[in-house]
Design a protein around this ligand. Structure first.
Ligand code: HPA
Length: 251
């Protein structure tokens, strides 16, 4: 198989997404990695002019089958490495901690606070150096930002990753707010760190699906976990993938 430069990892609502509009190429396939099986991967080629991009749904197919606390992050990222991916773009639902953010806003985290407790955050592979430096690759992040039409009021959001599967308490969210976090989710650690360790550029697009516990602050407690999340995020990340591939010779 020809080498694939980009993997897009779909989060919220990816499990129910009909991929037909993005022109799947061939049948989905699973990669057997030393860390277990990858999720099914589909190649998409929405534009003839651009090479295919790999896509997988993090949480399963048809329904949310595995929540973030139970994902095999190492199999997904090692799978990307087996494909030859130089970049990974992902999307994920986030809870808004910062009061300027509303349900439906799009955010591109600049940094990550890891409050997970039991996850394996390294491949433990002798040839790979542990992650260091920015949690999100600046070029990959810029490519997502360039693909957004409406910048939101929080331009450099900090994402706090919690262990789950339970939702945070109000006191925990108050602590994360004091610590400087703008958004909360359960996915990006260790995903971002493993990609960094594997030498793959990684950035993520957050879709504000809800207000974090205690942070509705008098607003109607809206929630949006429906198909609009995936239908909004996938085209943005496909544009980001095309931007990054054409802007930069691969290392
Ligand atoms: N907390 C944790 N993870 C999340 C949330 C939240 O409020 N919303 C979406 N993912």
């Amino acid at each position: 198989m020809e080498s694939i430069s980009t993997l897009i990892i779909g989060g919220t609502a990816a499990y129910r997404l009909d991929l037909a509009p993005w022109r799947p190429v061939g049948a989905p396939f699973i990669l057997r990695t030393p860390y277990g099986d990858s999720p099914p991967i589909t190649l998409l080629q929405p534009e003839d002019a651009h090479p295919p991009v790999a896509f997988c749904s993090r949480h399963g197919h048809g329904a949310l089958k595995r929540s973030a606390a139970f994902l095999n992050h190492r199999a997904i990222i090692w799978g990307a490495k087996m494909l030859g991916a130089e970049s990974i773009f992902s999307w994920n639902g986030v809870g808004a901690i910062d009061e300027r953010l509303q349900v439906g806003d799009l955010v591109v985290p600049v940094d990550l606070i890891d409050f997970t407790r039991t996850r394996v955050t390294t491949f433990g592979h002798p040839d790979l150096r542990p992650a260091s430096g920015p949690a999100f690759h600046p070029d990959a992040r810029s490519a997502i930002l360039a693909s957004l039409s409406n910048p939101n009021p929080v331009s450099n959001p900090i994402y706090v990753c919690t262990e789950g599967p339970r939702l945070e308490t109000e006191a925990e969210i108050a602590l994360y707010h004091q610590a400087g976090a703008h958004i909360v989710g359960m996915t990006l650690s260790p995903e971002a760190f493993l990609a960094q360790e594997a030498g793959i550029r990684y950035a993520s697009l957050g879709y504000v699906t809800n207000y974090a516990t205690g942070r509705a602050l008098g607003r109607p407690p809206r929630r949006e976990f429906g198909p609009v999340v995936a239908r909004t995020c996938l085209p943005i990340l496909l544009r980001a993938a095309a931007t990054l591939v054409s802007a930069m010779p691969l290392p």
